[in-house]
Design a protein around this ligand. Structure first.
Ligand code: NAD
Ligand code: ZN
Length: 353
């Protein structure tokens, strides 16, 4: 899987060449309603894709569930998919997660190719092999590890993506910068997201971000240890995301993660001596680009409760990944309630909310 992520200069040519040399009987294409309309036309010149049966599901994470899986499997069956067929997932993380899982178990596993069309999917969801659907109101409750055969990334798709979704994916790039190296992090903070992005520069930065995730996943594919580095910002981030759903003001995942990064850098400063100047630079960058994630001290109990029940915890303690410096990751850290509340206060003070 690891050498099969292509950051494309010419997506159509590269994908066409790959497909024509790939032994398979049938190719299927999975899209959601948006990516069918906005992304599929960019690939229609490729004969293998033009002739492939198309499976289209409704867009949005609420559709990443059993009913749509069943729809995908029915379609594959009806069109005669075999063990030698390939499913090409064209979409954001919702499509790469659900298509990946549909393929992982169809006839005990068929191969997938991911063509991510959001920034979130390009730098995170489409790579690393985790696939899942939501179940019984629980996110990613049913899933498996099913690495794609290949991933073709082209930031050209992002031209039609709205700014909130760009910012959401960028939060994972901020995270990848923080857990990797000062150089990578400096380049992340150098990009001004308030002006229209230069897609060539973005493609290079995405390549760098993807390399960070791939290096970590290669070391620890099943998340026994260092893969937990990728959870940085996500303990508080997931709690804020869940709170936003409870309050019926849903946040995009990466926006909650951006707030989580600030809280967890504060904890890193208090518990692992992460340098204050770096914390301040990060707060400044996130404040300049992201709207504040709104919560008050009345939400603290709920947030702590949500963190305690995060599925990544073991034995009732809240598990954090913290940093002693940029690129200096400390997994399996714990923080007491008082410190966690201090970090939430720090976020609110930083954003003046
Ligand atoms: N497997 C993993 O490791 C992993 C990592 C991160 C996130 N995820 C999962 O990914 C999902 C979130 O991914 P996402 O943020 O890409 O969401 P998404 O796939 O729902 O895409 C967001 C929205 O953008 C639309 N869209 C996609 N590409 C577009 C384009 N080029 N132009 C215009 N609109 C476009 C989609 O139709 C959707 O409405 C969640 O389900 C999350 O659990 C998985
Ligand atoms: Zn994330």
């Amino acid at each position: 899987m690891m050498n099969n992520t292509f950051i494309c200069k010419d997506l159509k040519a590269e994908l066409q060449e790959y497909l024509s040399s790939l032994p398979h009987d049938k190719l299927f294409v999975l899209t959601d309603t948006n990516t069918q309309q906005k992304c599929l036309p960019l690939l229609q010149d490729i004969p293998a894709i033009r002739n492939a049966p198309l499976i289209t599901v409704p867009s949005g994470d609420t559709h990443k569930e059993l009913e749509q899986l069943s729809f995908i499997w029915s379609h594959l069956s009806r069109e005669g998919a075999s063990r030698d067929s390939v499913l090409l997932n064209l979409g954001g993380g919702m499509i790469t997660d659900m298509g990946g899982f549909a393929a992982a178990v169809f006839k005990r596993g068929i191969r997938t190719i991911n063509v991510p069309t959001t920034l979130m999917a390009s730098v995170d969801a489409a790579i690393g092999g985790k696939t899942a659907v939501n179940f019984n109101g629980l996110k990613n409750e049913i899933g498996s590890f099913h690495p794609p055969l290949a991933v073709f990334i082209d930031c050209g798709f992002l031209r039609t993506l709205d700014k909130d979704n760009i910012l959401s994916g960028y939060a994972e790039m901020i995270k990848h910068g923080l857990i990797s190296s000062p150089q990578t992090y400096a380049s992340v903070l150098a990009l001004d997201l308030n002006s229209p992005p230069d897609y060539t520069t973005l493609n290079q930065m995405v390549a760098c971000s993807v390399a960070v995730k791939e290096r970590i996943v290669k070391e620890d594919p099943k998340e026994k240890g260092i893969r937990k580095a990728l959870n940085f910002g996500h303990t508080v981030g997931h709690a804020l995301e869940s709170l936003s759903f409870i309050k019926h003001t849903p946040l995009l995942h990466g926006h909650a993660v951006a707030a989580g990064i600030i809280c967890e850098l504060y904890l890193s400063h208090k518990l692992c001596a992460f340098p204050m100047p770096e914390l301040s630079r990060t707060v400044h960058y996130i404040k300049t680009h992201y709207s504040p994630t709104l919560f008050t001290c009345n939400d603290y109990d709920t947030l702590c409760e949500l963190m305690t029940h995060d599925k990544k915890n073991e034995g009732g303690t809240i598990n954090f990944t913290l940093l002693a410096g940029i690129g200096d990751v400390r997994i399996n850290q714990t923080a007491d309630r008082e410190k966690i509340l201090d970090s939430l206060d720090f976020y609110r003070e930083s954003f003046g909310i």
